[in-house]
Design a protein around this ligand. Sequence first.
Ligand SMILES: C[S@@+](CC[C@H](N)C(=O)[O-])C[C@H]1O[C@@H](n2cnc3c(N)ncnc32)[C@H](O)[C@@H]1O
Length: 454
Amino acid sequence: MDQTTATPRPRRGDELTVMVDSLAHGGAGVARHDGYVLFVPGTVPGDRARVQVGKSKRAYGEARVVELVEPSPDRIAPLADHPGAPWQVMPYAMQLEVKSAQVEDALRRIGHLDGFELEPIVPALEQWRYRNKLEYSFGADASGRLVCGFHAPGRWEEIIELQDCLLASEAGNAAREQVVAWCRAQGLTAYDRRTGEGFLRNLVVREGRRSGELQVRLVTAPGKLDTESLAAAVTLADGLLWTQQASAGETTAGGETELVAGAERLRERIGPLELEISAQAFFQTNTEMAEQLYELAVAYAELGPFDRVYDLYCGIGTIGLLMAPRAAQLWGLEIVEDAVADAIATARRNEIGNARFFAGDVRLALRELQERAGRPDVLVVDPPRAGLSQKVVRRIIETSPKRIVYVSCNPTTLAPNAAQLVAAGYELVRVRPVDMFPQTPHIECVAQLVRRSG
Ligand SMILES: C[S@@+](CC[C@H](N)C(=O)[O-])C[C@H]1O[C@@H](n2cnc3c(N)ncnc32)[C@H](O)[C@@H]1O
């Protein structure tokens, strides 16, 4: 390109009018200004918007909407002022289409993969009120009144207060309101990360969708709490817990947790399994769709009665325990000890005798597992969003399973992992997205990889 005549790329603070033509992985709208790519959160394809440039890098920049000049004809009216539901302005059919296309795009463009079958996306059963877990934050409004809700996008210190979170059930909302009313009556204040002052940090409300149970966990800075009075006020909780968290970061993980009242674990049911879930253990946030996701994982495993199955990143063991009755042995590996304890309790409770679970880091413990258990016939992986490191993929290849079932919550990390497996002799046979998170850009999918013979 002739450097002297090229349009200079937009700089931080510039205001431009752009047309949004697609959606990027992660959910932001993509617009081009003289070929320069701008990511614009909160927009959808077909929007014409006046935007202000924020970060501006050589290859792309980020911008925020100043004015929606001409809304996309595809836009629909939002149901709720909810920062957790940015895609609610798109019709549900369009959300599904985009998610499916993004899975395909990631595999083809990032993974350079083809020849696989992309099976039709499984739509969600419920488009609202599907989440079984909500993590709220405490803050203060302009008048200093205590509020509980979600961080406003891009404005970290501001909390959007919710009367009715449309991603949670009515019962979960009511439990949150009981806690907030009590906190206000006690005169408690929100913790401020910048100054380290204040007490209330987060509120985690979890629901057993099938058991109807509610688990409520108040997360605070270290300090004193009138737990008896709290227990008397929060009548809707079947389990009430209190975590004192000293870390500066915004996290509900770790800290010192004590049981204030009721049951320590939440009961839930998935397919035939009766589950027990600890407060700090991972559990898919959409129970009804988790059931469908797991059914798909079981189908992709194509189990035979003599198969040895590994379930890596097994959480509370759900996927493996659904497979165990159709296999010879099930070996689960998970880093969170409470989750492993839940998996063992669930195996016992459901009289599944061929399943064993270990606490360990997959990066370090896989070779040891193989020495102990022998090679797997089927290997299931369900890693966090970052996917698998190249080293973990190499360790998986060393175990040489016939089939790999990869459950992914991020197609952009599935793609390079699948590409590495394909380069090592596996075939990516089929992939199916499952919509666990309507109104959001989050994508879940299951992939089946089969070892080529020879
Ligand atoms: C996406 S969740 C999947 C859990 C489970 N398969 C399920 O469906 O409920 C990922 C799990 O990986 C665990 N994990 C994260 N890093 C790990 C590591 N390095 N080794 C083992 N487990 C890990 C997390 O604690 C979490 O339970």
